[in-house]
Design a protein around this ligand. Sequence first.
Ligand SMILES: C[S@@+](CC[C@H](N)C(=O)[O-])C[C@H]1O[C@@H](n2cnc3c(N)ncnc32)[C@H](O)[C@@H]1O
Length: 347
Amino acid sequence: MKGEPTVSKAQSRSPLLDLAFGYMPAQMIHAAAELGIADALAGGPKTSAELAGETGAHAPSLHRLLRGLAGLGVVEQKERDLFALTAEGQRLRTDASDSIRSLVRLFCGPDVWRSWGDMTETLRTGEYAWERATGMTPFEFFESPSNAELSATFNAAMSEHTRAVAPGIIEAHDFGRYGTVADLGGGDGTLLAALLHAHPDLRGLLFDQAPGLTAASGTLAGVADRVEIVAGDFFKDVPGGADAYVLKSVIHDWDDEKATAILRNCRAAMRPDARLLLLEQVMPEIVTPETQGVVRNDLNMLVCTGGRERTEAEFRRLLDAAGFADASLTGPIAPFGYHIIEAGPVG
Ligand SMILES: C[S@@+](CC[C@H](N)C(=O)[O-])C[C@H]1O[C@@H](n2cnc3c(N)ncnc32)[C@H](O)[C@@H]1O
């Protein structure tokens, strides 16, 4: 309009460029999580020199990061050189009940970061980036003692995520009807502990490979007398005897061939009246902005594990191939849209 300044397309701010530069805030938040800035600020505001002293950082550089974190709403700049945690920043504290520190350390840390950085090659070759870089699956990688620290971060990240998901799962399904629930690939037992706290008569069986179980005894405190912990490999066999077999965020780690092999081993271990409960996000046939979470997770599987998020039809095909029938879906369950996919053995 006449008299008003015009902004040409070339001068306007591009939302797409802001998205592409999203790696900068991601790495700023990661650096804060890695250094333990939020833990150091738990007691109240501090200067950059005080924080640098406590976290082993270079004070002038840390001051620059803190200004950046203030811009993101992670900390508040109270004076030129005095910083405090915001309510959102509290979630980077290790001891916060809704902490996301390990999730940030895992998903923005060098190993997952490298896999995302190699996405173009994954798209050219179909080979997933993690395996191209390491020569093994993430779960084989975690088995090496030299990767114990990353394995512990992975377990803690899964626990943070599962802590948020568990209340909705417990509300959506009557686990009180079972005598024993087996949680296969159950990690440190976060979900099983929540189930057993909610149902005092329920017993549990926690099954995972040894690196997944390292923190289990701490997580299961208070319910340990009702839990059997079994280290094993679900590609070899699965323990029998449970009334329900839960696999949360396990099937999505694997391609169809490996996922079918796990499910067949479950089928072989299960009594005819036992139930299979897959706890997974379900990919919609047509994606919308609201379903971006599952789409992002699918791409994370594409580069990091060689697995995938699946549509309802794809889950039904897998279950059918592994000898399960009568699948029913409950969900989406807040906050991340998980579904409970329940099925029983055929025949
Ligand atoms: C994505 S994590 C999910 C952990 C947990 N169910 C949760 O949702 O918090 C996958 C789990 O599968 C376990 N796992 C991977 N390969 C396995 C195998 N061959 N046998 C048993 N467990 C395995 C991992 O150790 C890990 O705990």
